[in-house]
Design a protein. Structure first.
Lengths: 242, 117
């Protein structure tokens, strides 16, 4: 009989173990979310990430090894973005009627995301590289990283900030928008997708199909807007900084 | 399912190629989404073909962010002494942007009479 250490060393090197672990961790996170009465504070992504991070730490598994299995899930982000055209298509009549509200919210939301992050960051004494990484963080990851590189940010830090912004938005959106007494699913979804890209859109799709469609729209439009807004916002804050 | 997958992956491929070729500031998948939307509008039959597969992929959209999220944990150390300030900036700006975006949308919808029904 082969001993446990041998089986472990075989399995831990292949993609099967970590792919399965990723799905189980998410299923557990999703079960917690349902058990908590779909409370947005019990975020399934956050729970799955925490479980896996602890597991990787305890088994001393490098992220590269983990990612060999997890890449199959990660890869689906691209096809899923294409698939978001379907909720957009289904909400087309509603989207057509909302051109002006969407454009207005795009301008104010995108500017607020970049300017308020920079204002808070600068007030708390963050340096130029961190500020440049903060400015595009509401855009979807590949866009944000591309912009950050152009304006002197760090790609790795930007990736971290993008994910944190996504999870924060997914957690705070429902209580925040309830507090503001906003009942328009279009407004709610659009603002969440604009601010918290794919993670916010995933959350909006859980809540209401119209919110999901407008979140996908907000995410797509802000990918474009951030390319213009982030460099502009940063230039306001880097004046006088060598 | 097979044909829907081929369509989705081909559009992503097309989006990636176009984004590179024209050096657009948009990622390939976002461009692919726009192309997909155009095709869905053009043909209801195509929409019926895509629907089950697209809904299947979107059913657990949150799951797809888990590997990137795990990657982020390893980089918390790089935030160093600035961690608290960064957290305040991220959380504060996210709350403000959602509130301002949603309030603007609702206010302009009311002004222009763009009601949801």
């Amino acid at each position: 009989m082969t001993d446990f250490a041998e089986i472990w060393s075989y399995l831990s090197q292949g993609p099967l173990l970590w792919l399965t672990a990723t799905l189980i961790a998410y299923a557990l996170g999703d079960a917690c979310f349902r058990l908590a009465g779909r409370n947005p504070a019990v975020n399934p992504v956050l729970i799955a990430v925490a479980l896996l991070a602890v597991l990787l730490h305890l088994t001393a598994t490098p992220y590269a090894t983990y990612f060999e299995g997890a890449q199959f899930v990660h890869f689906l982000l691209g096809p899923a973005t294409i698939a978001l055209a379907l909720p957009l298509y289904d909400s087309l009549p509603s989207l057509r009627r909302a051109v002006w509200p969407a454009l207005a919210a795009l301008v104010t939301g995108s500017l607020t995301a970049a300017l308020s992050a920079l204002a808070i960051g600068a007030a708390l004494g963050l340096d130029g590289t961190v500020l440049a990484s903060l400015a595009p963080k509401s855009a979807t990851a590949p866009v944000a990283i591309g912009i950050a590189e152009r304006i002197g940010g760090s790609p790795t830090l930007t990736a971290v900030l993008v994910i944190l912004t996504g999870i924060t938005g997914a957690v705070v959106a429902t209580p925040l928008l309830n507090l503001l007494r906003l009942r328009d699913w279009r407004a709610r979804g659009f603002a969440v997708g604009l601010t918290s890209h794919g993670i916010g859109t995933a959350r909006a799709l859980q809540v209401h199909p119209t919110a999901g469609a407008f979140a996908a729209l907000g995410m797509a439009l802000n990918a474009i807007a951030t390319a213009l807004v982030a460099p502009f916002a940063l230039s306001l804050f880097l004046k006088g900084v060598p | 399912m097979l044909h829907a997958l081929i369509a989705i992956l081909s559009l992503q491929l097309l989006g990636e190629a176009a984004a590179r070729a024209l050096s657009l500031p948009l990622p390939g998948p976002v461009l692919g989404m726009v192309l997909m939307l155009a095709l869905l509008i053009a043909s209801p039959r195509f929409a019926a073909l895509i629907r089950p597969t697209a809904q299947g992929i979107l059913a657990h959209l949150s799951l797809l962010f888990v590997p990137a999220g795990v990657g982020v944990v390893g980089h918390f150390a790089t935030l160093g002494s600035q961690t608290a300030a960064i957290a305040v900036a991220v959380i504060g700006s996210t709350i403000l942007a959602i509130a301002v975006g949603a309030l603007t949308f609702a206010a302009v919808a009311r002004l222009t009479g763009a009601r949801d029904d």
